[in-house]
Unconditional design. Structure first.
Length: 155
């Protein structure tokens, strides 16, 4: 595995811990409060991160492992988030799913030959996307939203 690919896999491992620390640092009762009008609460943010890592990055990477040049559907983020929130999942359950998906995807990629990281599919809005691009976004996305959660409660 190239150093660059190793770094991507390592960021998957560490990013869910960064997200967990941001949530654990939130004052009691703050996870469901929106910081200001039009912004997401920490729970909404976690729901979004979970939905994206499972239904976007994870699913697309798995398809790229076995399909040649798949075409990906656009993701209805709002619809998934609303449905997920209606189920009443806890922050702990969401964090566990995020960490589990990060770990599972990291294991899949740790065994992937370097040449296969370039396998590509097509998205109607974003164009060509590769395993490497999607894998990199897993860690970046979690860290970005951890910062959002931390900022929302002054962390």
């Amino acid at each position: 595995m190239t150093p660059e690919h190793r770094e991507i896999v390592e960021q998957m491992h560490s990013s869910s811990a960064v997200l967990r620390r941001a949530v654990e640092a939130a004052p009691p009762g703050r996870l469901t409060r929106t910081p200001s009008a039009g912004e997401w609460s920490a729970l909404e943010t976690l729901t979004h991160v979970r939905d994206v890592v499972v239904h976007v990055y994870g699913l697309r990477i798995r398809r790229l492992l076995y399909e040649d040049d798949p075409v990906f559907a656009d993701f209805d983020e709002e619809g998934y988030r609303r449905a997920s929130l209606a189920r009443g999942e806890t922050a702990g359950a969401l964090l566990d799913t995020i960490a589990g998906e990060h770990e599972q995807t990291a294991r899949l990629l740790a065994a992937l030959p370097d040449a296969d990281w370039a396998r590509q599919g097509r998205h109607p809005v974003f164009g060509v996307v590769s395993i490497e691009f999607l894998a990199r976004r897993i860690g970046e996305h979690a860290v970005e939203h951890a910062a959002q959660i931390a900022a929302a409660h002054g962390g």
